[in-house]
Design a protein around this ligand. Structure first.
Ligand SMILES: [Zn+2]
Length: 150
């Protein structure tokens, strides 16, 4: 099983971004949100699927990642920060979706692109892309990778 097709998770780790880590509760390698960084490495993470928190442990997958230096792109003056652009776009999309079609997020849900979901940590989310048992979902806080179709 290749977990490394998700190109977007190859972004440099940063608080709020996703990283794959073993979840003891879900008993699977799943996307986690980085909660804290220490010396450029994720230190504390939370499972996107069950919400449990743990210290990040370097897996082989994480250590072999090429150490391409990515300069942190701070928004130039006068431009809206990425986060705000994302939030505005997300809220526009959300406004167009009928809330009655919303389903509660569960890793067992059958995810379809365009589906509105409600996640207990991230709130409303819109499924952007489904890849087998993973889905990229837009939340107000940003993109998250969630386990689905389990
Ligand atoms: Zn979990």
């Amino acid at each position: 099983m290749s977990l490394h097709r998700l190109k977007r998770s190859d972004m440099a780790p940063a608080v709020g971004r996703d990283i794959d880590n073993w979840c003891n509760r879900c008993k699977a390698e799943l996307a986690h949100t980085i909660l804290a960084m220490v010396q450029g490495q994720p230190a504390r993470v939370r499972c996107n699927t069950c919400g449990s928190e743990r210290n990040f442990r370097m897996t082989k997958a994480a250590t072999k990642r090429p150490s391409k230096r990515r300069v942190a792109t701070t928004a130039p003056a006068g431009r809206k920060p990425q986060q705000q652009l994302h939030r505005e776009r997300f809220e526009r999309r959300l406004a167009e979706i009928d809330r009655d079609t919303c389903v509660a997020y569960s890793p067992r849900m059958r995810a379809i692109a365009g589906q509105l979901i409600e996640h207990k940590t991230f709130g409303y989310g819109i499924v952007d892309e489904v890849m087998g048992t993973k889905a990229m979902v837009s939340f107000q806080v940003g993109m998250k990778t969630l386990a689905v179709n389990r």
